[in-house]
Design a protein around this ligand. Sequence first.
Ligand code: PLP
Length: 369
Amino acid sequence: MNKDERVYNFSAGPSMLPLTVMEQASRELVNYRGSGMSVMEMSHRSKEFLGIIETAEQDLRDLMNIPDDYSVLFLQGGGSLQFSMIPMNLFRGSRVADFVITGSWASKAAEEAAKYGKANIIASSESDLFSYIPELEPASFTKNADYFYITYNNTIYGTRFTSLPDTGSVPLVSDLSSMILSEVLDIRRFGLVFAGSQKNIGPAGVTIVIVRNDLLGPVDPSVPTMLNYRVHAENHSLYNTPPCYSIYMAGLTFQWIKSMGGVEEIQKLNEEKARLLYQAIDESDLFRCPVTSKDRSLMNAVFVTGDEGLDKRFIAGAEREGLMNLGGHRSVGGMRASIYNAMPMEGVLSLISYMERFESEHKKGGSHD
Ligand SMILES: *Cc1c(COP(=O)(O)O)cnc(C)c1O
């Protein structure tokens, strides 16, 4: 690998960004479109920045087909702060929320919600190491729950929902952190969705919340002003200084997705990348994907050899070829290839080709160590 070359970065987050987006950002870094200053130096009330945030919001609305009665908020605190903000804002009636536990992120969301009300576990795949999405029995749902919570794509375990629970009038809330803009979603099915930026959107710093307006408070007076969705909605995400540069970068990514033909086209590419990678894993005698076929993530492909030492050699060998960050999450080990929107097809093909070479080398020796 040449030191000056970019690598294929399979990190789960922060993760790869489209090269054209970063090249554009670098051209505009010190002088944003004739303003004589960087976006980093600009007042968030300037007409240039207002143009950036308004365009970013409109582009996201176009890409995700967000109806007018939903607010788009650009917040801070990452996906993790949403685990607290959601119960603080949405516990207004029964103070009960239903949760489907499909991994650590859903568990964390339930733990936070339990600080403010009741977090009712509807189903969990924990006993099977989160290797599938549980079947849901609507009769078990809490009729008057304040919300129903799912993690759409499980970044660590490599699973995703492929159909949504019918929660009736109970608002469905979903963590889209590792799949936003990767496939077409019907926002109308949800009361609230959110995503940190550092997986499919841009650098860390901005957290996107899309919330139906009837869910914007009123909240308990003890809720901090900064954690009140309504305050941010009424102020168009400019109640205080927003993460200006991250919003600018997110806006460039939205334009890139538009230039690619929108989310429909990106989804086709993502499906093809995932299909080829899972096919290579399934056809291999060395690698195995622990996730039930129908629940496999399009974004995070998890696989193992079954031998920890061999996994480590695979990951180290991959780095020498410029295929970086293929180690699984520290809690599960094995391998994980995160193939977000910005990962080009060539990156996936390079990985597959390396997997094939690694496998044949390890067959030749006749042993797996
Ligand atoms: C990464 C991730 C988070 C946490 O995001 P932060 O921005 O680091 O707080 C939450 N949920 C999911 C599904 C994630 O992938």
